[in-house]
Design a protein around this ligand. Structure first.
Ligand code: AMP
Length: 498
């Protein structure tokens, strides 16, 4: 295991990390920190939640000179929320350094920010607009800014700030070290990197690592008019510690907030039509756990980092796979697991397949926590199935490992096919999931490539099914079909046991 000590950070920074309880660097930190300490420009393709702030922040802080009172480093952010969050993180990392970090952002009096800058700032964390403003008033000069970070560059692009970012970069010394962090790399961002960075090293944390490892994803198909009621039902069953519910529009967010409140849920909305003051109030209430449900639009929730978000619910399907990854990245933070549930109307059903392909992930149909338990894969399935096959014919008279109440004693399908022995496999889906005998036969033929004569019986029950195959084909059938999808639903197979 790599530790922060192996990365070459100073004792003062190390002490701060110890106090924060950071033991192990996250993947982006492990890769980016040594490159940055070696003086290279770095492009980090990573989103919020990967630990990117420390990835650029720690090497940056290490190289600042506390005795030089010029602005030595700037961090540009797309939003006020991210600006505040990055400032707080950097201050915690600089706890034992004599380094002043000042945040400047719109929507707050410029005077007090000017006076903070006059009192001395080694690092300025800024939103793009406010930095332009302060530069034009000559309250901020960047001639000594030898360390420049562009955080969430793709968001800056979306918000139309790229030209201003270029202007700012042109004001910084040419010998600077530049780091660019972005969840996605659209062509204008690549161009920006080519034009303003020197021989950058790219460090990439793919969405796959994030989504697949840490986040359990599911979808719910529901007609538009039933969405709110379904949401209430799901919230009651899932019991999230904290959830962010995303809507596409500001009006949708307010409407949903009202509906949920009417149902007695403790919820607040966060969207761009609210004043900065009330947005800050909502963010603080959510972070302090005084409210556990937040209904938000994409823009308002940008960069929002909350420690205990257990659930992200896409009440409206996100309009791109990138937005999807971005939204669900709000849960499953470093070292935790989270759940992401996406609502689609029947017309939007194809969106799920598109996201699955783009993000290279699997999104199954939502099941209540109780059903999930029932369908959870059993441990050491493979070993067991091998063992069973060795022990034929004992493996024959076996039912499902965990029976549902309404089908506690499914009729034991015949183990004999003439004189020939067969192996019975348990499939976790049945009629209720829209599975018919023909579907299973098709899966055995096309998915597991079994000849028809190797399949002896297929029996579909309400909640699960049994198939009987030649014993020497059983292991292969499980291997080929377990975890695949049938009629859009993930199926699990195992050798049936007593
Ligand atoms: P970020 O992606 O920079 O917004 O970081 C996401 C969250 O992970 C923040 O709450 C950090 O405090 C936390 N974090 C970052 N790096 C580590 C680490 N190496 N160990 C534990 N927590 C971390």
């Amino acid at each position: 295991m790599t530790t922060f000590k192996d990365l070459g950070l100073s004792p003062a920074i190390q002490q701060a990390l110890d106090e924060l309880g950071y033991v192990e660097p996250s993947p982006i930190q492990e890769e980016a920190i040594p490159e940055m300490l070696a003086g290279h420009d770095v492009i980090g393709q990573a989103q919020t939640g990967t630990g990117k702030t420390a990835a650029f922040g720690l090497p940056m802080l290490q190289y600042l000179d506390p005795d030089n009172n010029e602005v030595q480093a700037i961090v540009l952010t797309p939003t006020r929320e991210l600006c505040i969050q990055v400032t707080q993180a950097l201050r915690s990392y600089a706890e034992h350094l004599d380094i002043e970090i000042v945040a400047v952002f719109g929507g707050a009096p410029i005077r007090s920010q000017q006076s903070q800058l006059r009192s001395g700032a080694h690092v300025v964390v800024a939103t793009v607009g406010r930095m332009m403003d302060l530069m034009s008033r000559r309250s901020l000069v960047l001639t000594a800014a030898r360390f420049v970070v562009l955080d969430e560059a793709d968001e800056m692009l979306d918000l139309g700030f790229i030209e201003d970012v270029e202007k700012i970069l042109r004001m910084c010394p040419s010998g600077r070290q530049t780091a660019l962090f972005s969840a996605t790399m659209p062509p204008p961002i690549k161009k920006l990197a080519e034009g303003y960075m020197y021989d950058p090293v790219t460090v990439r944390i793919t969405p796959k690592t994030l989504t697949v490892d840490a986040i359990q994803q599911a979808f719910v198909e529901v007609p538009a008019r039933e969405k709110a009621a379904k949401l209430v039902e799901i919230l009651k069953l899932e019991e999230p510690e904290q959830a962010i519910i995303f809507t596409r529009t500001k009006i949708g967010a307010s409407r949903l907030e009202r509906t949920l409140k009417d149902k007695g849920l403790d919820v607040k909305a966060l969207h761009g039509d609210m004043s900065q003051g009330s947005r800050d109030g909502v963010m603080i209430a959510f972070k302090d756990h005084r409210v556990n449900l937040l209904v938000a639009t994409d823009i308002a929730a940008r960069g929002l980092d909350v420690e205990h978000v257990t659930h992200v619910i896409n009440f409206d399907v996100p309009n791109s796979s990138e937005t999807y990854v971005h939204r669900i990245g709000r849960t499953g933070r470093v070292g935790r697991t989270g759940r992401a549930i996406t609502f689609v109307t029947p017309d939007e059903r194809d969106e799920i397949g598109r996201i699955e392909r783009d993000v290279n992930t699997s999104i199954g149909e939502w099941e209540s926590p109780e059903e999930r338990l029932e369908h959870a894969p059993r441990p050491r399935r493979r070993e067991r199935s091998r063992e069973r096959e060795k022990r034929e014919p004992e493996a024959e008279e076996q039912g499902p490992s965990k029976e549902s109440k309404d089908e506690a004693k499914p009729e034991a399908p015949s183990a004999e096919d003439g004189a020939k022995k067969t192996t019975k496999l348990f499939v976790n889906r049945g009629e209720r999931s829209g599975i018919e005998e023909e579907d299973l036969r098709w899966a055995l033929r096309e998915g597991a490539v079994l000849p028809d004569e190797a399949v002896h019986d297929v029996r579909v029950l309400h909640r699960f099914s049994f198939v009987e195959v030649d014993p020497d084909q059983a292991e292969r059938t499980v291997e080929y079909l377990d975890g695949t999808k049938l009629k859009g639903k993930e199926i699990r197979l195992e050798v049936a046991k007593s």
